[in-house]
Design a binder for this molecule. Structure first.
Ligand code: NAD
Length: 362
């Protein structure tokens, strides 16, 4: 019997509902072709949830997400909720969702789409063929380590403190995601740390090195974070999969993403322990400046749905099919405003969705 996958949809705010519609239609087409069954249920998060219930992450939404096989989020936030106290803001809903689902690994691909290569600010020969996955630890490290805060010293001065700390268990579980991800890609894993200065990084490096013996098919290398930043813009093609801690990953994943030059094309995945639902969402925000105008590029949302298939439901062929359909619409010259160049076919969000469905059916 065909398994039914339960997918919670969180359209959120701004362009969220428009781009979500395109992704869901694409998933429905994929289901027909691959004999999969999806049961979609929609829930409120962010500003939409604040308006309806007074809080950015209603308990019912988190419950629905926990009960599903995967969660597809669009984006949250907007001018309307910008002046609320922090605890009531849309972003707080997103943080609560990540914590509630125990998402400790963030996967951010930076893949150069040949048709959009000129959107990159780097030279064509440097970025052509770039296909990098940054695996970032999401719930530990300096953003969460204790002690943290601004303290009063004995002399009356103030002292700001954050602590970069990782336990072996925290390192091992993200290392495992790194190795497993590299195994599904180019079999090369580069671990990024600052082991020449930081003890926490030395422990990180030791654990990664130890774990490598369990993955003889993956080639492990190590880089200091300063060198990794340089190498990313100097010669990005050398990288396949990068794995790193929270702070370094925050910075490097944005730098890697910008090699591609187009924010409307970037998906992401956040994963917890095996068997729990992952969260899949575009990197961009809710783009309130173009919301409701049929101008949004839905392709990052569609590529997030492809990541959901690959990393959330272990359906790599269905994921590849969806990714190929995205490539095809770009090859056919369809462009939303954010990626438009002269001589190509300017379309809105809906028409891009229709072109995608046609490519999926072809
Ligand atoms: P943004 O990513 O929403 O928009 C930045 C620029 O990129 C805008 O000009 C926008 O029109 C454009 N853009 C973004 N996505 C696009 C798409 N799919 N197609 C075409 N153009 C696109 O970032 P921002 O303006 O800094 O933030 C807007 C709101 O989104 C804020 O409330 C912010 O807090 C929120 N935000 C949410 C998330 C999230 O949900 N994960 C992430 C970032 C920002």
């Amino acid at each position: 019997m065909t398994q039914t996958y339960r997918i919670t949809l969180l359209p959120g705010d701004g362009i969220g509902p428009e781009i979500m519609r395109v992704a869901v239609e694409a998933l429905e087409a994929i289901a027909r072709q691959f004999d999969l069954r999806f049961s979609f249920n929609e829930a409120l998060v962010g500003g939409a949830a604040i308006d309806a219930t007074g809080e950015p992450l209603p308990a019912d939404t988190l419950e629905q997400c926990c009960q599903s096989d995967a969660v597809l989020l669009a984006a949250i936030g907007g001018y309307k909720w910008d002046n609320l106290p922090r605890a009531q803001r849309p972003e707080t809903g997103l943080l609560g969702l990540r914590a509630g689902l125990g998402l400790f690994a963030n996967l951010r691909p930076a893949t150069i789409v040949p048709q959009l290569i000129d959107a990159s600010t780097l030279k064509r020969e440097v970025v052509e063929g770039v296909d990098i996955m940054v695996v970032r630890e999401l719930t530990g490290g300096i953003y969460f380590g204790q002690p943290k805060g601004i303290f009063q010293t004995e002399t009356g001065a103030q002292r700001g403190v954050n602590t970069m700390a990782y336990t072996t268990a925290e390192i091992d579980r993200i290392a495992k995601v790194g190795f497993e991800t590299a195994r599904q890609r180019g079999h090369r894993l580069c671990s990024v740390d600052k082991a020449n200065v930081l003890d926490v990084s030395q422990l990180w490096r030791d654990r990664l090195t130890q774990m490598a013996s369990q993955y003889p098919d993956v080639e492990l290398s190590h880089l200091y974070v300063d060198n990794a930043a340089m190498q990313l813009v100097r010669a990005p093609k050398q990288f396949d999969t990068l794995v790193t801690g929270n702070l370094f990953g925050d910075i490097l994943s944005d730098a890697a993403a910008m090699l591609t030059g187009s924010i409307g094309m970037l998906p992401s995945a956040s994963l917890g322990v095996a068997g729990t639902p992952g969260l899949f969402e575009p990197v961009h925000g809710s783009a309130p400046d173009i919301a409701g105008q049929d101008k949004a590029n839905p392709l990052a949302q569609v590529l997030s749905a492809a990541m959901l298939l690959r990393y959330g439901l272990n359906q790599p062929q269905a994921a590849t099919k969806l990714e190929m359909a995205v490539t095809q619409v770009l090859e056919q010259g369809y462009r939303t405003g954010d990626i438009m160049s002269a001589g190509l076919k300017s379309v809105g969000c809906r028409a891009m969705g229709e072109a995608l469905l046609a490519a999926l059916d072809a």
